[in-house]
Design a protein around this ligand. Sequence first.
Ligand SMILES: Cc1ncc(COP(=O)(O)O)c(C=O)c1O
Length: 395
Amino acid sequence: MSRWQELEQQYFMNTVERLPVTLVRGQGARVWDEDGREYLDFVGGWAVNSLGHCHPVVVEAVVEQVHTLIQASNQFYTVPQVRLAELLVQNSCLDKVFFCNSGAEANDGAVKLARRYGKLNLDGGYEIITAMGSFHGRTLAMVAATGQSKFQQPYVPLPDGFVNVEYNRVEAIKAATTNQTCAVMLEPVQGEGGVNLPDDNYLAAVRDWCDRMGILLILDEIQTGLGRAGTLFAYQQLGIEPDIMTLAKGLASGIPIGAILAKDRASVFTPGEHGSTFGGNPLACAAGYATLKYILDQNIAGNARQVGNYLIAGLKHMRHKFQFITEVRGRGLLVALEFSGDIAQSVVMACLDRGLLVNRLKPNALRFMPPLIIGSDEVDEALDILEQALSSIAN
Ligand SMILES: Cc1ncc(COP(=O)(O)O)c(C=O)c1O
């Protein structure tokens, strides 16, 4: 254990089982540890480093903004947040934006927005229907929204007003809808829950139900958005539009930021009803603008789709060699590889030894969420290492 790792044990709260590597530098899809060892990064800051590590357009935007204006109160107008909001609205189906600092904060705010809508339009309806297997963040309310008992049990009693129902079954949403319901909140693909892809018509059927009941559809695109799923937003593949959408993770390629976007009719906050000291901070928004502009100009979502398909095809090909691979699934560069047994941790360690970072999604599954700028060369390299790692485990 290195000195940094010992100090971490001494000073840090024990919330995460870390891998035995201290990262000190990153460039593109590569990171280096304190001993100078290089790794190909298919974790990507947990689906955050959309343009890779330290992309020049992000670095330049941040450096320029650091010398100009880092933080100002939201009581004043600032330019980067308006520019980013304009770009988001111009390239989505939503009309208004609120900025915050993380995914959980964006979802928490989206729930507040839906509750305000419910107070104003639905006789005080306040309940939000979410899915089992979902992940919406770690604030107390988002733990209640997250339909996984392992995140909920340590913290009961949880805030009221969330109903978790089966994913991918519109009938479950219909059965849970009452005159207290104000919204349904779903991920287009469940990321943390297992890279679970719903049936093609599920979200269209949910949209239809929400319209019939006059309730809102909130899409949590924190993991799927900004090109990760192969289009700028995953809803664009579904033939539907959300009333509210949340973003975070890849929006500023590594600088903390979150966003709530809403259609005009759902944008019901009035001054003082919601806020955030750092939300829309000029530094984060300058990084967000540079990231989004690059994603749009360079068709990074198209690259994620193409390279993601290449990765999925390569992983499927490996099934011929390794019978214990039971499934490959994903959209764009959000991909899971499932095994018949609980070997994911051993595979993560075997990949780490060989210079590849991958995520243990479940005891029996890996997830790949590399930077969206990678090419087929990097995929080939990752597949080679993975094949060696799987061989070492199979033998
Ligand atoms: C779909 C989804 N929503 C919300 C969150 C929470 O985001 P944050 O960790 O930035 O609070 C995550 C994080 O993994 C996520 O994947």
